[in-house]
Design a protein around this ligand. Sequence first.
Ligand code: FAD
Ligand code: DLZ
Ligand code: SF4
Length: 519
Amino acid sequence: ARHLILLLGDQLSPEISSLRDADPARDHLLLCEVMEEATYVRHHPKKIAFLFSAMRHFAEVLEAKGFSVDYVRLDDPDNSGSLAGEVQRALRRMRADRLIATEAGEYRLAEAMSGWQRAFNLPVEIREDDRFLCSKAEFAAWAEGRKQLRMEYFYRDMRRKTGLLMQGDQPEGGRWNFDADNRKPAAQAAGDLFSAPRRRSIAPDRITQEVLALVGARFSHHFGVLDGFDLAVTAEDAVRLLDDFVTHHLPDFGDRQDAMLAGDPVLSHSLLSFYINAGLLDPLAVCRKVEAAYRAGRAPLNAAEGFIRQIIGWREYVRGIYWLKMPGYLDSNALEATRPMPAFYWTGETEMACIATVVRQTRDLAYAHHIQRLMITGNFALLAGIDPQAVHRWYLEVYADAYEWVELPNVIGMSQFADGGLLGSKPYAAGGSYINRMSDYCSGCGYDVKKKTGEGACPFNALYWDFLARQEARLKGNRRLATVYAAWGRMTEAQQAAYRESAAAFLKALDALPAYGEG
Ligand code: FAD
Ligand code: DLZ
Ligand code: SF4
């Protein structure tokens, strides 16, 4: 019996379940670059280049292990353009009698693949993706019967399950969560940041250069700059970046986690999501390295715990929510938001320095860190009432680490509150003073963050109160918003009206701007 084993672009792990019992003497492996996957949204060119180059390098690793690998390039003249088309061609070429794959990370593709057995008229074996700590079934069992699905409780179970940062059955340091020690404002967080070692950049090798030429020729109309590509495309280089992070940046990860600086797009973040999500780094191995640094006294507990929580907590939790709630989750719009995306999400042309900075950085790097995604571009979309599906498509397009299983719950749930509070207990809405405390953006802005309403006032201030007023019927009962609604209630009618009129004027001008692509 000959097996055809399909490996998707984000399944670049030698230990992946589809390869578990693969036999180089018998089985054929298939990797394919296809227009369908590269364009179902207009991915950032750096994201496409990263995946294509990483796929080509991974094919070489597999060949070195003795496998025969069928690698279909995007510009192969016979490329049918779709995964199904390429599987079909490969099945014919190889006369395989079984197709094996690890399940796709996105619902859209998993659904399509579930029809392949019938379409190709041969046994199709779809295996669980065990690169995650928590299986879909385990998450469903955890969620069963719970009124609220809080990440914090899920996270504790994952700590117990992995033994990460545990002392017997107790959390290291006596607490599960050290966030109270994190979240330093920008001024404090910056500290001696500019003396921190520069990030290692990976120079494109011959394979990457070929891919860059291909992507430059085919996808230059997608949003995003391809120049300056310096991502790792092999597991070895990704491990080098991980080691650099643990040595030089992890110690400050907690302190700088929520800060934003115009001169530094990265601060002490790890820049590892690309590699973890594509399979070049194993999430548990990453966490074990971070734990080891803490145990050796090379990183404080608040940093190690905060970092590990993002991976075994948030990352696993959002995936669980995604599979629990799809496909309906995609259409969530609990706040009934309908405004189209303003063009400045692609052009960066706005007087709001915070938005312009994050959009331009996103265009250049296909990266923004969590607080930029949540509290700048996400917060603005929430306050302005932008259609959550449009916001979702934007995030899926522009970040090189974006796959729907992780992006959608972060956007629909955490950032836009469009799931009505399933994922987060309150909307992440904030006015200008929050942004001013956590960043240095406001000092370079044409708007005055201290001014609340009227000409020249920071738009976030009025939009914030207008959002709360607009959504009062839905949000007022939320206990975590009791103090802000109380503050709103204490304002004079004239103050309230000033906020609402300022917001209305801003939104009217926003709606009058040409849409993206209309010139
Ligand atoms: P670090 O800050 O160094 O964090 C370490 C790791 O923890 C990350 O590499 C990532 O694997 C994990 N992590 C951290 N936060 C989250 C989270 N909220 N959900 C899941 N994993 C997390 N992350 C993606 O991987 N893909 C996305 O498409 C994506 N879209 C997002 C959209 C919005 C609106 C928001 C608010 C967050 C989104 N995130 C997404 C989560 C987070 O912003 C990124 O994982 C992080 O910025 C990646 O950069 P880093 O590797 O430097 O992260
Ligand atoms: C994101 C992506 C892109 C841009 N291109 C390809 C591709 O050409 N071939 C491929 O197998 N996978 C690609 N991917 C990743 C898939 O879209 C990914 O496997 C699904 O989104 C499921 O997570
Ligand atoms: Fe953003 Fe307002 Fe600060 Fe300008 S003043 S950077 S719009 S928060």
